[in-house]
Design a protein around this ligand. Sequence first.
Ligand SMILES: Cc1cc2nc3c(=O)[nH]c(=O)nc-3n(C[C@H](O)[C@H](O)[C@H](O)COP(=O)(O)OP(=O)(O)OC[C@H]3O[C@@H](n4cnc5c(N)ncnc54)[C@H](O)[C@@H]3O)c2cc1C
Length: 638
Amino acid sequence: MKDARDHDLGMDRQITRRDFLNGVAVSLGGLAASTYLTGCVRHGVPGSVAASNDPPAVSGMRGDAAGSFEPAHELRDGTFWQHAGSATSTDDTYDLIVVGAGISGLAAAHFFRKQAGPGARILILDNHDDFGGHAQRKEFRVGKRMLLSYGAQSIESPSLFSPESKGLLADLGIDVQKFYRYYDQKLYPSMKLGSGMFFDRETFGEDRLVAGFGAIPHHEFFAKAPLSEKARRDIVRLYTEKVDYLPGLTREHKQAVLEKTSYADFLTKIAKCSPEVVPVFQTRSHDLFGVGIDAVSAAGLYEEGDDYGYGYPGLDMMLGGSGSRGAHKPDPYIFHFPDGNASVARLLVRSFIPDAIPGRTMEDVVTAQADYTRLDRPESTVRIRLNSTVVGVHHDGDPASAREVEVFYTRERRVFRVRGRLCVLACYNSMVPYLCPELPTKQKEALAYGVRAPLIYSHVAIRNWTAFHKLGVFQIAAPGSYHVYAAIDFPVSMGDYQCPSRPEEPMVVFMVRTPCQPGLSQREQHRIGHVELYDVTFETLERNIRDQLARMLGPGGFDPAQDIEGITIGRWAHGYAYSPNPLFDPDFAENELPNVVGRKPFGHIAIANSDAGAIAYMDTAINEAYRAVTELSHYRDS
Ligand SMILES: Cc1cc2nc3c(=O)[nH]c(=O)nc-3n(C[C@H](O)[C@H](O)[C@H](O)COP(=O)(O)OP(=O)(O)OC[C@H]3O[C@@H](n4cnc5c(N)ncnc54)[C@H](O)[C@@H]3O)c2cc1C
């Protein structure tokens, strides 16, 4: 659907994404188009990945891009095996087969090698054309400059990591203390760039960017916002007054009340704010929870906190002093590689296959060029096979007495069978019942319980960031807009990578959207969001990005037709792992939690992934990998 303003927005301009049709490449300057249409060049041998593959450099629709999810959906719908040919057996037998090359799957291989020795033969299968799962690297080229961006953003609160997660980082040579030097915490403040809020005309009656959140007094900030006097007064009151809105209750009782109260209800019913206040905060929780404040408990928001510093006012006097992860985070939010947690994934891959990602340090991995042709070679003890969706995992007989596991995967519409002594399923846990139909019914139901949050991480390469500079913002919360948050990149320089530090330089803007439908339970909202994500076209996303950036930054001179150099969309239909929500889910006993019931080992098969810990953080993915590998040690040693 063309829009009358398309020309002004620059929809007809040549940028890197121009070669994509709803996420599928039709021409890729320098790369063979057929490589990406099929996922890899056809060598007729499973595992030989195309010579010129450089997935991080591909722009357009990434993440759950076309080609990565169709076999899994056919398996879910019961149609896959109807038209699948018979499986071709490979000759290989592995000590361990890992399903999923996200952080959890790679960590499982790491722990297995530590326990079984570096000679252990491991095959890691993943449906995407890149490894890392959510921790996917993205590269832009603007002129001569390479700019990096990310999927999973940062190492969050590393001082709270378990010994196993800390140990894995140490094994990879990651010293988180170095980020205090690499992350220039003074750069944006020294340029007087702070936090802004964009009020859009559809929600608030007019388009207006207000800069200075947190830097100027709240009453001055909100006086500039297109809100009624009553709404302004209420918001300022929330941020400034020190009131216990639940007087007379013990702290435990307040916690219990606020666990069962959404933050939206807290605002209007407990803090007695006008309903006009709600839209200002409605989407603030999107980036961490995948739903708005109608579906997140007030206590949960306080505990998880807000990485971007806008906060959830009003809760301190009731929940303060809990020492929980969010409101009292022990670490600043600075543990960020320029490609996010993709560097952790790349360091893991380097430790398995050193010549695939040359170098030795956490610094040089940032700019190291990965050679994807080396990921899956017969001479390696660890092989990573991409573009390969696992469609079945079975014991060769009764799980109690079986010797091996057979793993079926599909690639280029062919089915292959590979054998392993052990298997770790580090994929989405809700996929496991389709892979292992012989699991006990109760376990399958538990695995299917969690619904991952859908998310879109859009990254936009721009020619310069003078508009941000003129407007005095490095980040913008946009509560009513298509993308609810936008920011220029984290100022991190390490190794040979220098972050842009002058407004005249090219920059990457990060924008986040979480499709959901307020008023429903969290799981229902996520399901509706999945449908939107798979339906949305690249064109729709691009038009919204251009329109929103023009409206937010136009007063600073931003011209979307001139200033946008490239767009990459991280579409994650199955994003954050699901944590039970006290507003909607039963109060499960610890041993009845769906993730606990679901992750039980089954013969030679163990279950990892952040889903198994029901928490969407990297350390959970690592911890669950460690548990899964440890659960299999009995079989490994027998
Ligand atoms: C957009 C986004 C941003 C995030 N930011 C952060 C952050 O800043 N910090 C943080 O700590 N966490 C972040 N997370 C959470 C992130 O999920 C975890 O940190 C961690 O990366 C999860 O790793 P995982 O291996 O458990 O899962 P995943 O990353 O989902 O990896 C699982 C892999 O298995 C593959 N797979 C699934 N089914 C199959 C199959 N049948 N066959 C083959 N392969 C299959 C998947 O496609 C995927 O590649 C973010 C998540 C998202 C979506």
